[in-house]
Structure formats: C-alpha cells, structure tokens
Design a protein around this ligand. Sequence first.
Ligand SMILES: CC(C)(COP(=O)(O)OP(=O)(O)OC[C@H]1O[C@@H](n2cnc3c(N)ncnc32)[C@H](O)[C@@H]1OP(=O)(O)O)[C@@H](O)C(=O)NCCC(=O)NCCS
Length: 148
Amino acid sequence: MLDFTSLRRSDIPELVRITRENMAQIILSAWGVEWRDETLLETLMDANLLIEVALEGQKVVGYHVLDQMEDYIFIVSIQLEKQHQGKGLGRFMMERVEESAIRSGLEGVELCVQSTNEQAIGFYRHLGYRLASRRRNNLTMRKQFGLK
Ligand SMILES: CC(C)(COP(=O)(O)OP(=O)(O)OC[C@H]1O[C@@H](n2cnc3c(N)ncnc32)[C@H](O)[C@@H]1OP(=O)(O)O)[C@@H](O)C(=O)NCCC(=O)NCCS
C-alpha cells in the first residue's frame, strides 16, 4: 500500500509544504502563533529522531517522525498530504509504528496532539489511544499494549 524510505534531502521541501498546509491553522488556533518552517526543519535535521517518508509509487504522500524512548515509541509527528487523508493510510502508518514497538518489546506508543486538532484526536481515539495527560493546549495520548 505504502513504501517507506529514510529522509532524503530532496524530500524536505515537500514535507514542509505538506506540514504547513496541515498544521498552520491548528497551531494558530492552539497557540496563537504563526507557522514557522524553521521549527519543522530543526526536527527534520535532528539526528536522534527516526524519520520515515511514505511513498505511493515515487510520490511522497506523508511521513512520520519517531523518538524511541526507553519503554515506548513517541510519535513526534505524523502527516499525510491533504489529498491522501481519509483513505486508510494513517492507520497503515500507525500500525507500522505499533508493530515496530511490539517487536522491540516496548510497552506502548505515545504522542502529543493540540487540543484544537479534533480530527486527529478522533483518529487516535478510534485507534485505541487514550488521554494520558494535558498541559495547556497539548494533550498526551497513549496506547499501552495489553490494555483495552
Ligand atoms: C491524522 C492523520 C494522520 C490520519 O490519517 P488518515 O489517513 O486521514 O486516517 P485513516 O483514513 O487511516 O483513518 C483510520 C481510521 O480512523 C477513523 N477516523 C479518522 N478520523 C477520525 C475521527 N476524527 N474520528 C473518528 N474516527 C476517525 C477512520 O474512519 C478510519 O476508521 P477504520 O480504519 O476503522 O475504517 C491525517 O488525517 C493527517 O495527516 N492529518 C493532518 C495532520 C495531523 O493532524 N497530524 C496529527 C498531528 S498530532
């Protein structure tokens, strides 16, 4: 369904475009600040993070950024190009992350989502993620393997 590749320099402009289109309004509504490409570029350049770019054929359709913690995987970001949302690809990517965490013997998967991102919150809830904590407009959600 999707292929994955590690980040190539040539992918960066498209990943920035996809993310800006998805997130600028959400960040503005959650934090009252304008979108800055630089913040994302710093994340994409962080050698401690694992970035997988999702491809349909040769076309970049999305990516996720993962941080492997001691007991769980933290999803720093998951993004799909607007036209490719709502077709099961997000579930496919999340299941890939969860399978990798299970294979590594980890306890679960965790992520942060802005409280104004209702679409993503609904998506995560549907996939079994539950609210773990809330800090201002940031919700931490968690799926712990072995729990319903
Ligand atoms: C969030 C995102 C990754 C989800 O991926 P997607 O491809 O659109 O979602 P899918 O089509 O794979 O949906 C998977 C399942 O979740 C369900 N779902 C999706 N959104 C939902 C919602 N808001 N409420 C309830 N269920 C939802 C779907 O119906 C589907 O159900 P099924 O598999 O049981 O039939 C994608 O929409 C996206 O990139 N959004 C913009 C960026 C973003 O907000 N990222 C998260 C930042 S924290």
